[in-house]
Write a protein that binds this ligand. Structure first.
Ligand code: GTP
Ligand code: MG
Length: 138
């Protein structure tokens, strides 16, 4: 479909990159259809990343994602999921292509500036996790 879900993670918020990241997202052709400045509890972060439960980095991931405020957003564009993954770059910023959001703003594989949904199905699940239908404006 034509929507994906993103979070600007606590490291990028703390480092003052909200504005630059949202600008890069817009300039890449994504429309913001929902937007929220919020903070995840450890319980909500654990639930969001439930797919990674049991992996060695799970506890660090949950504690990091609940360590400070985030920006959550739903984005609209043709081919949104795949095009947004291209825009953010590889999980590990050392492997992220030049100019991608992670290459520019991520500091490590754990603190990597942004999240992007990995499938249309997960984009819908993740959007519904953070936003009520009345908070999305197409
Ligand atoms: P997201 O968009 O955040 O889902 O990242 P991704 O899809 O590129 O990676 P993945 O879903 O595999 O992992 C989710 C998140 O877990 C990553 O963004 C990282 O923050 C973290 N993570 C993944 N692998 C590692 C790792 O090997 N070490 C650490 N510390 N964190 C990791
Ligand atoms: Mg992922």
């Amino acid at each position: 479909t034509n929507r994906t879900f993103t979070m600007i993670k606590p490291d990028a918020v703390k480092n003052g990159h909200i504005g630059a990241i949202l600008q890069q997202i817009n300039e890449a052709g994504f429309r913001i259809v929902a937007l929220k400045y919020t903070k995840l509890s450890t319980e909500k972060a654990g639930e969001f990343y439930d797919v990674h439960r049991g992996r060695p980095f799970y506890d660090d991931l949950v504690s990091f994602m609940s360590s400070g405020p985030i920006v959550a957003a739903v984005l609209e564009k043709d081919n949104a999921v795949a095009d947004f993954r291209t825009l953010i770059g590889a999980t590990n910023p050392a492997e992220a292509a030049a100019g991608t959001i992670r290459a520019k703003y991520a500091t490590s594989i754990g603190e990597n500036a942004v999240h992007g949904s990995d499938s249309d199905e997960n984009a819908a699940i993740e959007s519904n996790f953070h936003f009520a239908g009345t908070e999305v404006f197409a």
